[in-house]
Design a protein. Structure first.
Length: 202
């Protein structure tokens, strides 16, 4: 059962208005501080605001990948930054509307294909429309099946600390938020969230 379906089933009878939304990069933090969300998963640690509590979720490895028929797939490791700059990078659009949008992993002068979601970015790379860094759990099965090729670059290994944050109003949290915060205290839950993309096959 999907995460959305699980929460809908758990909270549909207890709290009207409980919902899940997808935001990207600074848009995740914006939804939280603006009051559009009570809990955010995947917020940057460097952001802070009064009344917002932040805790670590874990570290996420990002790997450089492309389709087997992409020109970079045939090159020996490591691929130089100068070579990367001559190929289109696939990125995900920041959903922030008021905060300064964040751009990650784009080299100066590099051609960019911007997609609306991480799933769309993955599909673009599977189709050979560009290359880029993706969460390792997301590409694992695709690499094993030969749909994607992992390559090393001369850039430092990319490991992103992932955090979760919630609005701390001083009042007793609602049932959904309270349940989430209780679940997130478990290392098993945090690890499961970091690995949730494993097995996604388009």
């Amino acid at each position: 059962m999907s995460l959305t379906a699980t929460l809908d089933r758990r909270f549909a009878l207890s709290e009207r208005g409980t919902s899940i939304r997808t935001e990207v990069l600074a848009g995740t933090w914006e939804a939280l501080v603006s009051g559009q969300a009570d809990l955010a998963l995947g917020v940057p640690l460097e952001m802070s605001a009064p009344g917002i509590e932040v805790k670590p979720l874990g570290d996420m490895d990002f790997v450089f990948a492309m389709a087997p028929h992409h020109p970079l797939a045939a090159l020996p490791d490591p691929i130089s930054t100068a070579t990367l700059a001559t190929h289109r990078i696939v990125t995900v659009a920041d959903t922030a509307r008021d905060l300064q949008p964040v751009t990650v992993g784009v080299l100066p002068g590099q051609d960019v294909l911007t997609m609306p979601s991480l799933a769309a970015k993955l599909e673009a790379q599977l189709r050979g429309l560009g290359c880029g860094f993706l969460p390792e759990p997301l590409v694992r099965r695709h690499v094993e099946a030969g749909r994607l090729v992992r390559k090393n670059t001369d850039q430092p290994r990319r490991v992103a600390p992932i955090h979760y944050a919630w609005r701390q109003t001083g009042a007793q949290p609602g049932r959904a938020l309270g349940w989430w915060l209780q679940q997130l205290e478990s290392p098993a839950t945090r690890q499961a969230l970091l690995q949730q993309h494993e097995g996604l096959i388009l």
